[in-house]
Design a protein around this ligand. Structure first.
Ligand code: SAM
Length: 325
């Protein structure tokens, strides 16, 4: 199917784990192995075998030919590089948590974004990493230990049940929200392809007997509740919401509902949300508001050669702004 073809065409993205290795050292190491560093071609499919380049948008991302297999590579096995899709590296960058910050990763497992956030915070400050699923949280513990993260506190439980007024969270300013979604943007995962087949065989209903519309409504209600809970943390000032879904219901429509119901928050402007990434939100899905759409980031697999992904960032309005209301 087209999906399988797209999956094959996605280049090999390798995030350098800056806890263990600088980007420069990673580059040297690959060069010593016989890889050639080139300027990123406009079309990444033109990268040849044994060539690699530094991503244009993310300083810690190297890109290799799609057939490069690093699963047995010493740098991967030792946690020096992390095999993570480029788009899924957007949220931690957009979060912009500085050294020493207190942050929450609300739906964290298996923890690739947590470990990325930890690296960007230079292993300082504190990150509470919540997940409802204990098996997945165990995986997060393993992955983040292997990656050398020392500023993460894993918490087993629902983020929705945490008390935002709890004194331990009183300095939490940054929240990363990557809640469960339909996964409709994921094209390189075979289990997703099987899901699609299931839907077809059951008159469009999934294994829970839900129609696609019902499923998306349940997911977006949950996603909205996660964002609104994050907004209750007294010092929350930058909240990144992402999905690996291509459905506006889980993306622009969720943002629209949040902006309507939470007047203390607004969208962070494009200049702090991957400004050089060209593909932005879909204006017609957010009341035709081009300014809002411009604050949002989308990726389209066939054109961007990443999974389908969505990123938004809410910031608390300044006191002066709020007083105007
Ligand atoms: N951010 C993760 C990463 O990059 O590795 C992927 C997160 S995955 C899309 C969503 C996660 O949310 C799942 O692991 C799921 O168990 C968790 N989850 C679902 N409901 C939750 C809740 N109420 N509180 C905390 N975690 C929840």
């Amino acid at each position: 199917s087209q999906k399988v073809k797209d999956a094959v065409l996605i280049p090999r993205y390798a995030r350098v784990n800056e806890h263990k290795l600088t980007v420069q050292k990673a580059i040297k190491s690959f060069q010593n192995e016989g890889y050639t560093l080139v300027d990123c071609p406009e079309d990444l499919r033109e990268l040849k075998l044994k060539e690699f380049c530094i991503d244009r948008h993310l300083h810690d991302m190297l890109i290799f030919h799609q057939k490069t297999d690093f699963h047995a590579h010493p740098l991967y096995v030792s946690g020096n590089i992390i095999l993570q899709d480029k788009a899924s590296c957007f949220p931690a960058h957009v979060c912009q948590a500085p050294k020493g910050a207190h942050a929450i990763d609300a739906c964290a497992a298996p923890g690739n974004k947590t470990s990325h956030l930890s690296a960007l915070m230079k292993n300082t400050g504190k990150i509470w990493a919540f997940d409802l699923d204990s098996r997945r949280l165990d995986l997060l513990k393993r992955l983040t230990n292997k990656a050398g993260c020392k500023n993460i506190t894993p918490v087993h439980g629902s983020f929705l049940e945490t008390n935002p007024e709890d004194a331990q969270f009183s300095n939490v300013e940054y929240l990363l929200l990557d809640p469960s979604c339909s996964g409709s943007g994921i094209i390189s995962r075979l289990d997703h392809l099987v899901d699609d087949e299931d839907e077809k065989e059951n008159d469009g209903k999934d294994s829970n007997g839900q129609t696609q519309e019902e499923r998306l409504k349940n997911l977006s209600d949950f996603q909205i509740s996660i964002i609104q809970h994050a907004m209750k943390f007294p010092k929350a000032k930058r909240i990144v919401y992402s999905t690996c879904s291509i459905h506006p219901d889980e993306n622009e429509h969720v943002v629209k509902a949040i902006l309507k119901n939470n007047p203390d928050f607004e969208l962070a402007k494009r200049d702090s949300v991957l400004p050089t990434w060209e593909r932005r939100g879909i204006p017609s899905e957010i009341d035709g508001n081009k300014d809002f759409a411009d604050c949002l980031v989308r990726t389209v697999p066939a054109e961007d050669l990443t999974n389908g992904f969505f990123v938004s960032c809410f910031i608390r309005k300044s006191a002066a702004e709020s007083n105007k209301r």
